[in-house]
Design a protein around this ligand. Structure first.
Ligand code: PYC
Length: 341
């Protein structure tokens, strides 16, 4: 992932859900007693034309109604936040405004994972690394256990909380998922002196950019335009991304790319996740995390744990149920990033 945390979505369901995650992230270093280096430096989604400016206003209104700090700002204010960005009419698609979301930011992703692993271990959770699930046993419509490369685990509850291969796991209990898997590529540059202390996203130019605490620029674009389980990096991606970044940051031309990678994104048709019960008793879902899973880790973990412990679906995650694909009550999330809407 590219470490972005934010809650400036478009649907009220999405905004409330991701906002609880931002709040949990705000307290995570304290809760885990592990510095996760959350930097709430602000998040800018650029608008390059009237129609995207209209969408930013719409997002700002819905955000504010849900108590989330977002507003639309113009080029003069953007200039103060990002002095090195070309805000003239020289770029092919000049910047005409932006959605500004001050609580958004970046976090150290490896610190988050280690912090959670450390605390889970301390609380007595067994984490079996390098253990593959080979099958899930179902008797009379109920889960009874899971076959793994380390042997059978007897259990009445299995949570499919996988990314990239969630459909293959669901196939083990014959549960079809409305998900297709696409690669998402990203890269980092060599380290530079600090010059950028906000996160920049442009849906029109298909890129996002932030500067890590090591000085590297972390950059990405939208998911690859084909389904695949490939983790290859491509020249096409880096050429397109570099061209777009340089339109707004021409002074970055001499900067070298240090590393490129790809991850797998399980995409649902409405760009929202799937959480909750399924028609197979004891088989639960926490999947379909597309390009938004990392920022939702704390809230989906907390609310799915509540669902498992109580047997009831918490209101906050009820809209993201599996059943919506049969009832037609989709949560069309146009605030999802790195996807072509
Ligand atoms: O949701 O901000 C986001 C994001 C950026 C890249 C992938 N997801």
């Amino acid at each position: 992932n590219t470490t972005i945390i934010r809650s400036n979505y478009l649907t009220p369901e999405g905004i409330l859900f991701y906002d609880e995650s931002v709040k949990l992230y705000e307290n995570l270093s304290h809760e885990l007693d592990f510095n996760v280096m959350f930097s709430q430096r602000g998040h800018l989604t650029l608008a390059h034309n009237d129609s995207s400016l209209r969408t930013m206003r719409w997002r700002a209104e819905v955000n504010q109604l849900q108590g989330v700090n977002s507003s639309v700002i113009g080029p003069a204010e953007i200039k103060k936040l990002v002095p090195y960005m070309d805000l003239s009419d020289h770029p092919r698609y000049p910047v005409v405004g932006a959605l500004y979301h001050p609580p958004g930011g970046i976090i150290r992703h490896d610190a988050v994972v280690w912090g959670y692993a450390h605390e889970a271990d301390r609380l007595g959770v067994h984490i079996h690394q390098k253990t593959e699930v080979m099958g899930i046993n179902v008797e009379q419509g109920r889960v009874t256990g899971g076959e793994t490369t380390q042997g059978l685990i007897k259990t009445g509850t299995v949570l499919n909380a996988t990314a990239g291969w969630c459909t293959l796991i669901a196939n083990m209990v014959d549960l079809p998922l409305p998900i297709e898997t696409r690669p998402l590529q990203a890269c980092v540059t060599e380290p530079l002196k600090p010059f950028l202390d906000v996160v920049i996203v442009s849906g029109t130019l298909h890129f996002y950019l932030s500067q890590s605490d090591r000085g590297e620029l972390v950059m990405g674009a939208e998911v690859d335009p084909f389904t695949s389980y490939s983790l290859d990096s491509t020249l096409t991606f880096i050429e397109g991304l570099a061209g777009h970044v340089l339109e707004l940051f021409p002074s970055l031309a001499p900067v070298r790319i240090l590393r490129q990678w790809a991850g797998l994104c399980d995409m649902t048709p409405d760009y929202s996740p799937i959480m909750g019960f399924t028609p197979v008793q004891g088989f639960l879902l926490d999947v379909g995390w597309g390009t938004y899973g990392f920022k939702a880790g704390p809230v989906s973990g907390k609310r799915m744990a509540e669902l498992i412990a109580s047997g009831r679906t918490p209101d906050l995650i009820a809209p993201f149920n599996y059943e919506r694909f049969f009832s037609g009550k989709l949560v069309g999330e146009k605030g999802a990033a790195a996807v072509g809407h």
